[in-house]
Design a protein around this ligand. Structure first.
Ligand SMILES: Cc1cc2nc3c(=O)[nH]c(=O)nc-3n(C[C@H](O)[C@H](O)[C@H](O)COP(=O)(O)OP(=O)(O)OC[C@H]3O[C@@H](n4cnc5c(N)ncnc54)[C@H](O)[C@@H]3O)c2cc1C
Length: 435
């Protein structure tokens, strides 16, 4: 009699889920390891601001999950998880529809022995009137691409308006000056200059495009060391970005934002990068969740159901013993995936479960400021003290994080070829994606 293999189902192939599926798949194979994602291809989410600015081409950057599944030894199933039945241990997926609403993959039910939720997070508009309607979030490649096209159209329109009205200015507002907002602001200054270089005759982006970064806290990058905020602020201001701190946006409309003090900020384009929440469906699964839908996990990353783990942005995990929680960062998702590997391996092998608790090691933070600069604070492994880095070196280190993510599932040779290939392709393409 054939015995069903022990099945680990991972939902969400992002910074945490894909690395976990690839490592376990390489060891146990597609009969044991199943990855589900609603998207057809993977992109490292921290590079979405580059897709939005057009400095990274999603059609080159995206890696097909079906290809990765073949290479890494897991089964890939495309679909959006809608529900789980914890009693019956079944995940329900919605059908995948094509552009004409035709069914590409049907609704499906999949059984699991252990489930890992790694579905990430999305923007939190905090119920600000008009925000979800008029501000663009950068949660997915579709949204980043949509913003890129809006930017190209807005620049072309501003170029025409400038010919008729020399005082015309294109206003771009970014709400939230965490890593996403800061990186996007820097990337946009570069992208606007590059688009103008390729054929805008009347627009001088340095004068005619006004990028404003609006932050509720008293300083930008408020979750990171003060030295990083100061350095990032100087670099952004040198690029002409206007920074307003201690500003609470109270409403957004088609052409402007209004703060709680009644101040109005004109905005032809608005990006919302002011906080996250986990997908709403998580709160309907019967698992313990917090106010922003994150699933509560214990020190072993296990949810209130012993057969369900959660990692990355969609989980609320404690940090230290003083009531703090881990931040929504790729580094956290990566370390949590590495922690779960031996626990899941023991379950598959029917061996006694690995003991131990997840301990996050903060190796510091790096923020990219355009294509040639960065700022960062690195934790000295030997000294335990923070080391401040900036400039080209910080930017190169930031780029190496992306490569290290690829390394986790492509291996050293393919990551090397991919990096070199992309370097050559860049030589033959415009500096910014124009179509
Ligand atoms: C523009 C930007 C810049 C950032 N910069 C940095 C940075 O510099 N450093 C840093 O550490 N962090 C950064 N972050 C945060 C970082 O991207 C996240 O913390 C990290 O990606 C979280 O990893 P994850 O595995 O939890 O989720 P994700 O990487 O978001 O992956 C979630 C996956 O789940 C899939 N999914 C979602 N819902 C479903 C569903 N219902 N069914 C099936 N699949 C589903 C998605 O398609 C996706 O593939 C940035 C984020 C953004 C948006």
């Amino acid at each position: 009699m054939k015995v069903n293999p022990y099945k680990v189902v991972i939902v969400g192939g992002g910074a945490g889920g894909l690395e976990l599926a690839a490592k376990l798949g390489g060891r146990f194979g597609p009969g044991h390891i199943v990855l589900i994602d609603r998207a057809a291809y993977h992109i490292w989410k921290p590079s979405l601001h580059e897709v939005a600015a057009g400095t990274l081409d999603i059609h080159r950057e995206g890696l097909s999950y079906f290809m990765l599944a073949k290479d890494c030894g897991f089964t890939f199933i495309r679909g959006e998880m809608a529900h789980i039945d914890c009693e019956a241990k079944i995940v329900s997926l919605m059908p995948v529809l094509g552009e004409q609403q035709e069914e590409v993959f049907p609704a499906r039910n999949l059984s699991y022995d252990t489930l890992v939720l790694a579905v990430g997070s999305k923007s939190n508009f905090f119920e600000t009137p008009g925000a979800s309607e008029f501000a663009q979030a950068l949660d997915s490649t579709d949204q980043a691409e949509r913003f890129r096209l809006k930017l190209l159209h807005a620049l072309a329109k501003a170029d025409r308006s400038k010919a008729e009205n020399p005082g015309h200015v294109l206003n771009i507002a970014i709400v939230g000056a965490g890593a996403t907002g800061v990186e996007l602001a820097a990337e946009l200054t570069q992208a606007c200059a590059d688009v103008a270089f390729y054929g805008l005759e009347n627009l001088d982006p340095a004068k005619d495009v006004q990028i404003t970064l609006l932050e509720g806290a008293p300083r930008i990058l408020s979750a990171l060391p003060e030295k990083m905020s100061t350095a990032a602020q100087q670099l952004l201001q040198a690029r002409g970005v206007t920074i307003k701190t201690s500003v609470r946006i109270a409403s957004v409309d088609a052409h402007s934002l209004h703060d709680s003090q009644g101040e109005c900020y004109p905005a032809d384009l608005c990006v919302w990068a002011a906080g996250i929440k986990a997908p709403a469906f998580l709160a309907q699964l019967g698992l313990a969740c917090n106010r922003i839908n994150q699933v509560l996990v214990d020190k072993r990353l296990c949810t209130s159901d012993p057969s369900v783990f959660a990692i990355g942005d969609c989980a609320q995990a404690s940090w230290g013993d003083e009531g703090a929680f881990l931040p929504a960062r790729a580094q956290v998702a990566h370390q949590q995936a590495a922690f779960l590997r031996p626990i899941l391996a023991s379950r598959i092998q029917g061996a006694p479960s690995e003991s131990g608790e997840f301990r996050y090691k903060d190796y510091g933070s790096l923020v990219s400021i355009g294509h040639s600069r960065g700022v960062g604070s690195l934790m000295g492994v030997l000294t335990g003290k923070g080391l401040f880095v900036e400039g080209v070196f910080a930017r190169l280190m930031y780029m190496s994080l992306h490569l290290m993510h690829h390394l986790a599932f492509l291996g050293i040779v393919r990551t090397g070829f991919l990096a070199i290939g992309r370097l050559f392709l860049k030589r033959g393409a415009p500096r910014v994606k124009l179509h």
